[in-house]
Design a protein around this ligand. Structure first.
Ligand code: KIV
Length: 272
């Protein structure tokens, strides 16, 4: 059993204060029931744009719309009371300019009630992060493997694997810290770099495929439940196989319908 004891929603400053005190736990969600089930367990819920692939069946995260982000984030916020909720800003909604980023992030925060946003991008986005933070929008900066830049990165490749890559990543992290990001999400990052960044960063690092050196961990929920399909990353641990259970239940129902034995009314009306 690993339930937390809080009675109110975790705030961004409280999340930051967890660094060095306790490991931070996060999962993704975009539907009401998934969010409710994890609310008493996790510290923050990420309404990730991975939803575009695991939830909407699209082939990348690139064609998720701002409106979809708002719909899913509202569902998660209104179904939870304890976890901090962070909305992942979709591709094209913040890259153009700090002003565009502010307009869209403010809209997401105002229309969903979420606590913060996450943006993918290296040091070049530090200016945008600073612009947002100074105007009241808490930002988690996502560096390392950034799925929104799959076309410029040439695929989903782990980052920081050589000295030059490691130095670039550290520079990205430092730029975002200086800009005021409240947390760094490190995806697909070599352990040595993740450890160095976590050591110098005053704000929590959250890893996904970035080793236990990070201050916390996030997973795409579908991946760890056996609902991730064919493209589950190698670092994911599958804790259960809900996919197999759903298939079994579907088959049991189909068998009963085809045999003419469903509905079996004795159970619901209490007749023996
Ligand atoms: O969209 C997402 O779920 C994410 C995680 C991979 C961290 O950004």
């Amino acid at each position: 059993m690993s339930l937390h004891t809080r009675t109110k929603r975790l705030t961004v400053p409280q999340l930051v204060a967890m660094k060095g005190q306790q490991k931070i736990v996060s999962l993704t969600a975009y539907t009401s029931w998934m969010a409710r089930l994890m609310d008493p367990v996790v510290d923050f819920i990420l309404v990730g744009d991975s939803t575009n692939m695991v939830g909407l069946g699209r082939s990348s995260t690139l064609d998720m719309s701002l409106e979809e982000t708002i719909v899913f984030t509202r569902a998660v916020v209104s179904s939870t009371q304890l976890a901090c909720v962070i909305a992942d800003m979709p591709f094209g909604s913040y890259q153009e300019s700090p002003q565009q980023a502010y307009r869209n992030c403010a809209q997401v925060m105002a229309r969903t009630g979420c606590d913060a946003v996450k943006l993918e991008g290296g040091a070049v986005f530090a200016e945008t992060v600073e612009f947002l933070v100074k105007r009241g929008i808490p930002v988690m900066a996502h560096v390392g493997l950034m799925p929104q830049y799959v076309n410029t990165m040439g695929g989903f490749k782990a980052q920081g694997m050589n000295e030059a890559g490691a130095m670039n990543l550290e520079a990205d992290a430092r730029a975002h810290i200086e800009a005021g990001a409240f947390s760094l999400l490190l995806e697909g990052v070599a352990e040595g770099v993740a450890r160095r960044i976590s050591d110098f960063s005053p704000v929590p690092t959250i890893g996904i495929g970035a080793s236990p050196a990070c201050d916390g961990q996030v997973l795409v929920t579908e991946d760890m439940l056996g609902l991730g399909g064919d493209h589950v990353p190698r670092f994911v641990k599958q804790y259960t196989d809900v996919g197999a259970q759903i298939r079994e239940a579907c088959e049991a129902f189909a068998d009963e319908v085809r045999a003419g034995t469903f509905p079996e009314l004795r159970h619901c009306y209490g007749i023996n």
